[in-house]
Design a protein around this ligand. Structure first.
Ligand SMILES: [Zn+2]
Length: 139
């Protein structure tokens, strides 16, 4: 029996029969156009309520800031690079950087990144839990 894949957060869309691409789900204000990560009831830019549409967020963005994490919970492999990414369509996303050596001296704000998905663990039912991370473009 094939394993199911479960997104780690409700705003991560995993590939399915309708859309074969993984992406983050956002909310866009119909009045002012502001875009947010995840679901929103109220736009905090123009204070309009109930006027936001679910949108597919860009998989690309740039590093806004980052840090190297050397200590974490016992089950988290360290060190890793924690990044704050500004997506090309606006929202700011916190995630891990993957697919690169832990060399913070080579990282800079403004470097282009792309969202990828990775299995991070299995749940108790044996499903793969899938998280989103970012990788440097051109690496
Ligand atoms: Zn708005």
């Amino acid at each position: 029996m094939p394993k199911n894949e479960i997104p780690i957060v409700p705003y991560l869309h995993l590939p399915d029969a309708v859309d074969g691409e993984a992406y983050l789900i956002g909310a866009k204000c119909r009045r002012c156009g502001e875009v947010y990560l995840g679901e929103r009831a109220v736009c905090i830019k123009c204070f309009t309520a109930g006027n936001l549409d679910a949108v597919k967020l860009s998989r690309k963005g740039e590093i806004f800031t980052f840090t190297v994490v050397y200590q974490s919970a016992p089950w988290v492999k360290v060190p890793y690079v924690a990044v704050v990414v500004k997506l090309s369509d606006g929202p700011i996303v916190r995630a891990s950087l993957t697919g690169c050596d832990i060399d913070a001296t080579s990282l800079r704000a403004g470097m282009p990144v792309e969202m990828v998905t990775e299995k991070v663990r299995e749940d108790q039912a044996g499903n793969d839990v899938i998280a989103y991370k970012f990788r440097l473009l051109g690496k």
